[in-house]
Design a protein around this ligand. Structure first.
Ligand code: NAD
Length: 252
């Protein structure tokens, strides 16, 4: 069975620990040690207080569920320690030079980087953008202001522009925009709305290309313990881990 270490022991890591199948969780690290200790009570994993010791431990895959900054800081070291990497905070790869450098390093070391579908549907087939024209790609995300740690009385447009700009301002809320960009191989127009009338995290994706057109609307329930995180995102990484070792690949 594949063995994993969790980098980040917050909400998503808790859901992974409670639901994982097909992988063995053997190592935990969090910059807040008490979070790793709390999670350690739910599984038999070893708790590390030092990132180098964590990365040097004997397991196959680092699962990052921490932050954009953590993914950027540790991605190269993970690969250099001979481990594959699953990145939840995909916003880390918004800038092409960094993305290319990490990709090149993984290729040269024979390692893999996995990016879960996260809080949306449709990421799989959007990859056709790498071989066929996609002329329009829009992500309109609407969240309750609570999820964005702010207050407002009416529907308010917070951001309109490119994904790699949006993630700089909202690194905890717009990872999806960067995932779309990486899948499609083109830029994404992003609108981020705060709306006190919604109680779900809503992602509307509009795609127009040589294939025709598609509109996908996902109305996500927030995770019980963290309104910023859609439950679907956690389920997606659990599913990715479950399938990592399967010989049959489904979807593009
Ligand atoms: N791709 C997607 O669709 C998607 C969806 C939801 C969440 N996310 C991202 O996944 C990540 C985890 O989400 P969550 O809900 O579990 O967050 P969370 O805040 O509940 O937990 C994150 C944990 O990581 C730890 N952490 C942060 N920076 C760290 C660092 N540099 N080193 C070690 N530990 C660190 C924190 O102390 C915390 O315990 C976030 O970056 C979030 O934005 C992505």
């Amino acid at each position: 069975m594949l063995t994993i270490g969790l980098l980040g022991c917050g909400n998503i890591a808790n859901i992974i620990v409670k639901n994982h199948v097909g992988v063995d969780i053997v190592a935990l690290y969090d910059q807040m040690p008490e979070r790793a200790e709390d999670l350690g009570r739910l599984c038999n994993a070893r708790i590390f207080r030092d990132i180098d010791e964590f990365l040097s431990a004997d397991f196959d895959i680092v699962v990052e569920a921490a932050s954009v900054a953590a993914a950027q800081a540790h991605a190269a070291a993970v690969l250099e320690h001979g481990k594959d990497l699953v990145v939840m905070s995909v916003g880390a790869f918004a800038e092409k030079p960094f993305r290319d450098a990490v990709n090149d390093l993984a290729r040269s070391l024979g390692r893999k980087i996995y990016i879960p579908s996260g809080a949306i549907f449709g990421l799989d087939n959007l990859k056709i953008g790498q071989v066929s024209g996609i002329h329009r790609l829009l992500l309109r995300t609407t969240k309750n202001p609570r999820s964005l740690n702010m207050e407002c009385d009416e529907r308010t447009l917070l951001f309109s522009g490119a994904a790699n700009e949006c993630i700089k301002h909202y690194p905890k809320n717009t990872n999806v925009s960067v995932a779309l960009e990486l899948a499609a191989g083109r830029t994404v127009d992003v609108e981020l709305w705060a709306d006190p009338a919604v109680d779900r995290n809503v992602h509307e994706i509009v795609i127009e290309g040589d294939f025709g057109d598609a509109t996908i609307t996902v109305r996500n329930l927030p995770s019980p313990d963290n309104p910023a995180t859609s439950y679907l995102a956690a389920l997606s990484i659990v599913t990715l881990l479950k399938n990592l070792d399967e010989p049959m690949r489904i979807g593009t």
